[in-house]
Write a protein that binds this ligand. Structure first.
Ligand SMILES: [Ca+2]
Ligand SMILES: [Ca+2]
Length: 230
């Protein structure tokens, strides 16, 4: 009976979510290397991979369902590829209003996890304002997610998400695929993270969090926070 209850709960979770579905070329080598099962529907595939294993759900035209992660499976070579349906949970907005933080005085921005669940990634989107990590005379151009200063490499990031006890739950200090002056910043978890409904999390500027050279920071910026659940 409990198994059926869990199953119905999963079905209802699935119904109230809108899943992103796109057609993509996937490498056959990759598909051969991941476990697959025969499925009758995309829903069955999403239940199997997305909700059970917190992985990307990929389904081919013959109904085979593969659980994988996108970055390992996308194909650039058309000869070695197959057109498949890729199904993943969308990013859900967690902040009804933009939340704001500055670069000093422990002025973090709080947000609440809207529902219980496992989160694979957070996306932060800049809305307004700017944080300068040293005197504006030196830092004419602010960095949205890092620090525009010779001491920091181009791909260095200073944005941190902590829990309400100020324990870091996710950060990405180096990432060659993202722009520290960009509008968006993606924080992908190595392992899915479990949260309770209404759990408070905090977005910090790294210098403020670590109490390092925050005395010369000025400005404040506002962002929206999104989460991708399993
Ligand atoms: Ca501080
Ligand atoms: Ca500083």
């Amino acid at each position: 009976v409990i198994q059926w209850l869990i199953f119905f709960q999963m079905i209802s979770n699935l119904d109230c979510n809108f899943y992103d579905q796109v057609s993509k070329l996937a490498s056959k080598t990759c598909l051969n290397n991941v476990q697959n099962i025969q499925t009758n529907s995309i829903t069955e595939c999403v239940l199997h991979c997305g909700l059970n294993q917190c992985m990307e759900s990929v389904r081919d035209q013959n109904g085979r369902c593969y659980c994988t992660n996108e970055e390992h499976c996308i194909s650039n070579e058309e000869e070695d590829s197959e057109l498949v349906s890729w199904i993943k949970a969308p990013f859900e907005l967690l902040t009804n209003e933009p939340i704001c933080y500055s670069g000093r005085d422990n002025d973090f921005a709080s947000f609440i996890i809207s529902r219980e669940g496992r989160v694979k990634a957070f996306k932060l989107v800049h809305v307004s304002g700017a944080i300068y990590c040293s005197s504006p005379a030196i830092n004419k151009k602010p960095s949205t997610w890092g620090c525009n200063h010779w001491a920091f490499p181009e791909n260095h990031f200073l944005t941190i998400i902590s829990n309400a006890n100020n324990k870091i739950i996710i950060q990405k200090t180096h990432d060659s695929t993202q722009d520290k002056y960009g509008k968006e910043f993606l924080l992908t978890a190595n392992e899915p993270m479990d949260f309770r409904k209404n759990e408070e999390l905090r977005v910090w500027y790294g210098e403020d969090f670590h109490n390092t050279t925050e005395h010369d920071n000025t400005g404040r910026q506002c962002i929206r926070v999104y989460a991708r659940f399993c």
